[in-house]
Design a binder for this molecule. Structure first.
Ligand SMILES: C[S@@+](CC[C@H](N)C(=O)[O-])C[C@H]1O[C@@H](n2cnc3c(N)ncnc32)[C@H](O)[C@@H]1O
Length: 314
C-alpha cells in the first residue's frame, strides 16, 4: 500500500477515505479528548454533539478499513467511550474494555478519575486474531515479594508472570520531561507494544489516525510490524519521523518479539513462553518466585543493542 511505513501529514478522515476496505490488520486511535488540551495547532474544544459526530465518522472509517481478522482499539476517557461503544456495538464485535490505570485530569467534585479506557473490538469475532499475553508478577517495591497472596498455590505459579487481564496497572504515563516530546499527551511505547503483540503478527500493518509524535509507529517498528500514521500537525510529524529514522526494530529475545521496558521484558505472548524461557534463570523451587523476580540469563546488552534499550525508559 502506498502509505505503508509512512506518517502522512493531513486530516485523518480524508486520508482514511482513500484507503481500501479490509486492508489493514489493526487500527488504534488516541484522539483529542475534547478537554481543551494545548496542542501545537489543533484546538481541542468542540461542541458536545459536534465532537461525537466527528468521532463517529473516523470510527466508521477505522472499522471499514480493518481486515476481517483485525482489531479496532480506541483510547479515551470513560465518558466518551460510552458513546463510542454504543456506536461500535452496531458495526463490530465487542471484545474488551481495557482499564488502563493511570491518574487522569481531576474533573468535578465526585470520584477522582484514575483510569483511561481502551475499547477493544473485533471486526469479526469469529475470525479475530488475538493472543494471550503475560507480564511480570506484581511485587512489593521494597521487599520484591509478590503483592498477591497465592496461599497454598505457589507451586503452580508461572515463573515469569500471570496472564494479562483487562486491568493494566503496570504501565505508567510518560511523566519525566527528559523522555517527553513537545506534545501534551504522548503515550508510553510499551502500552502500544502490548496491544500490538496481542492483536497482530510479524509483518502486519497497524494504522493510527492520530499519530501525535509517533508512539504507535515506533512500537510497531520495534516489534517487527508495519505502520501507517496520520497526523494533522506537521511539527508532530517531523518529531515522529525523526524518532523513526533512529529506530532499529529489534525488540527480540532470540527470534521472538517481546516488549521491553526498563531493561526488563514487560510483555510477552503466552505461546512464546517455551521458546523464550531459556533466556531466563528459572529457580528449581517454584516457591522462590514468591520472593524474587526471575532475571534474564545474559546481560541484556549482549542480547540487544544497549543504546536502543537505554532509550526505553520513558
Ligand atoms: C491525543 S493526541 C495523540 C498522541 C499520540 N498517541 C502520541 O502518543 O503521541 C491526538 C493527536 O491528534 C491530532 N489530530 C487532531 N485532529 C486530527 C485530524 N483531523 N487528523 C489527524 N490528526 C489529528 C492532534 O494534532 C494530536 O497530535
Amino acid at each position: 500500500m502506498e502509505y505503508t511505513n509512512k506518517i502522512i501529514a493531513g486530516d485523518c478522515l480524508t486520508v482514511m477515505r482513500s484507503i481500501a476496505d479490509n486492508s489493514v490488520d489493526v487500527t488504534f486511535a488516541d484522539p483529542p479528548f475534547n478537554l481543551k488540551k494545548k496542542y501545537n495547532g489543533y484546538i481541542d474544544s468542540r461542541e458536545f454533539e459536534e465532537y461525537l459526530h466527528w468521532c463517529q465518522q473516523w470510527i466508521e472509517q477505522m472499522v471499514r478499513i480493518t481486515k476481517p481478522t483485525g482489531s479496532i482499539f480506541v483510547h479515551n476517557i470513560p465518558k466518551w467511550l460510552t458513546y463510542y461503544a454504543s456506536f461500535l456495538n452496531s458495526v463490530a464485535d465487542f471484545r474488551h474494555w481495557i482499564s488502563w490505570s493511570a491518574p487522569t485530569s481531576p474533573m468535578g467534585k465526585s470520584l477522582q478519575p484514575a483510569h483511561y479506557g481502551i475499547l477493544f473490538y473485533a471486526k469479526d469475532i469469529k475470525q479475530n486474531k488475538c493472543y494471550e499475553l503475560r507480564s511480570p508478577h506484581k511485587r512489593d517495591r521494597k521487599s520484591e515479594y509478590l503483592s498477591k497472596d497465592y496461599g497454598g498455590k505457589k507451586a503452580g505459579l508461572h515463573p515469569y508472570g500471570p496472564l494479562v487481564s483487562d486491568v493494566w496497572t503496570d504501565i505508567h504515563r510518560v511523566k519525566h520531561n527528559k523522555y517527553r516530546d513537545e506534545h501534551p499527551c504522548q503515550l508510553p511505547i510499551h502500552l502500544l507494544e502490548r496491544l500490538i503483540l496481542m492483536s497482530s503478527d510479524e509483518g502486519d500493518t497497524i494504522l493510527d489516525p492520530f499519530m501525535g509524535t509517533g508512539t504507535t509507529a515506533l512500537a510497531a517498528k520495534r516489534i517487527g510490524r508495519k505502520y501507517i500514521g496520520i497526523e494533522l500537525d506537521t511539527k508532530y510529524v517531523e518529531i515522529a519521523e525523526n524518532k523513526l529514522s533512529q529506530e532499529i526494530g529489534d525488540s527480540k529475545l532470540g527470534e521472538t518479539w517481546v516488549s521491553f521496558f526498563l531493561r526488563k521484558v514487560a510483555t510477552l505472548r503466552n505461546i512464546d513462553w517455551e521458546i523464550v524461557a531459556p533466556y531466563f534463570i528459572i529457580p528449581e523451587d517454584p516457591k522462590q518466585i514468591d520472593v524474587t523476580e526471575i532475571e534474564l540469563n545474559q546481560d541484556i546488552d549482549e542480547i540487544r543493542d544497549i543504546r536502543h534499550i537505554s532509550r526505553r525508559v520513558g
